[in-house]
Design a protein around this ligand. Structure first.
Ligand SMILES: NC(=O)c1ccc[n+]([C@@H]2O[C@H](COP(=O)([O-])OP(=O)(O)OC[C@H]3O[C@@H](n4cnc5c(N)ncnc54)[C@H](OP(=O)(O)O)[C@@H]3O)[C@@H](O)[C@H]2O)c1
Length: 258
């Protein structure tokens, strides 16, 4: 058991998860940097954390698979002896971005396994570990942060599986927050807008134009670091009497305008 708090960040080899892992290391957390395939990128994140005096480990695992989720948690506990924070960030967009009338069950299954089922059951496993650690006073409280999307409420008819899974993250957050409050675990949903990453790279031109035309009141691309700062804030003691909240990190996209 180490003195410093420990975090699991899923999908931390690239993009938003990478920024979250580096930010949380900077906040004093030992970080389990989860990835699916990008071993080298995950190793670089761990190196960057070490270069600034932090502590990190790379942990391979598909969040959609139970044995891999168990391995992520077991390796984190094996190295750090504790879990104070879980950030459910790993996610994929809808493969092929097929129109609603062409959407396939195969794509639905892979998107739901990664973006919703994996997030819930990893939260369940992590929460059970946190409860035990809180009971033994090994940690004082736990935090779970779920990364959703503006696609939870803004329709894209060529990404139905992604939108429905992200909408599910909101209810999942409310359910976890409601049940886990008595266990001294707080739960939040971070709702990013258009963020520059590999996920949005194929649609750069489309979003360049939309942003220039005023898609969000703050007319710029979001950066992974914008999301990371929000995660660090909810994981801190800044909101001790809040749980279940959605934090928008979207340049004001969610505001209905006339
Ligand atoms: N970018 C945006 O505009 C935006 C907006 C709203 C919400 N989001 C959400 O933010 C999160 C991160 O998005 P991003 O833009 O940073 O994506 P990204 O650049 O495509 O990175 C995705 C990350 O998730 C990992 N991953 C994918 N499938 C996984 C699995 N089954 N198990 C474990 N890890 C897996 C990838 O690992 P490998 O490197 O090994 O493949 C990678 O680290 C996602 O949940 C996404 O839906 C993004």
């Amino acid at each position: 058991m180490i003195e410093q708090p420990a975090a699991i960040v899923t999908g931390a080899s690239r993009g938003i998860g990478r920024a979250i892992a580096i930010e949380m290391a900077g906040q004093g957390y030992a970080v389990a940097v989860n990835y699916l395939r990008s071993q080298e990128s995950a190793a670089e994140v761990v190196e960057q954390i070490a270069a600034t005096g932090g502590r990190g480990i790379a942990v391979q695992g598909d969040v959609g698979l139970r044995e891999d989720r168990d391995s992520i948690v077991d390796q984190t506990l094996g190295h750090f002896g504790r879990i104070d924070l879980l950030v459910n960030n790993a996610g994929i967009t809808s493969p092929g971005r097929k129109d609603l009338l062409e959407a396939t069950e195969e794509n639905w299954d892979v998107v739901f396994d990664t973006n919703l089922k994996g997030a819930f059951f990893l939260a369940q496993r992590a929460a059970n570990e946190m409860v035990g650690l809180i009971e033994t006073a090994a940690i004082s409280r736990g935090t779970i942060v779920n990364v959703s999307s503006i696609s939870a409420y803004a329709v894209s008819t060529n990404r139905v599986d992604y939108c429905i899974a992200k909408a599910g993250i909101q209810m999942m957050t409310l359910l976890l927050a409601s049940r886990l409050a008595e266990e001294r675990i707080r739960v939040y949903e971070i709702c990013p807008g258009v963020i520059a990453s590999d996920m949005t790279a194929p649609v750069t031109e489309k979003y360049d134009k939309l942003i220039a035309d005023g898609l969000s009141p703050i007319r710029r691309w979001g950066q992974p670091e914008d999301v990371a700062k929000a995660v660090a804030t909810v994981a801190s003691d800044a909101f001790p009497f809040s749980t279940g909240d959605r934090i928008n990190v979207d340049g004001g996209f969610h505001i209905r305008r006339l």
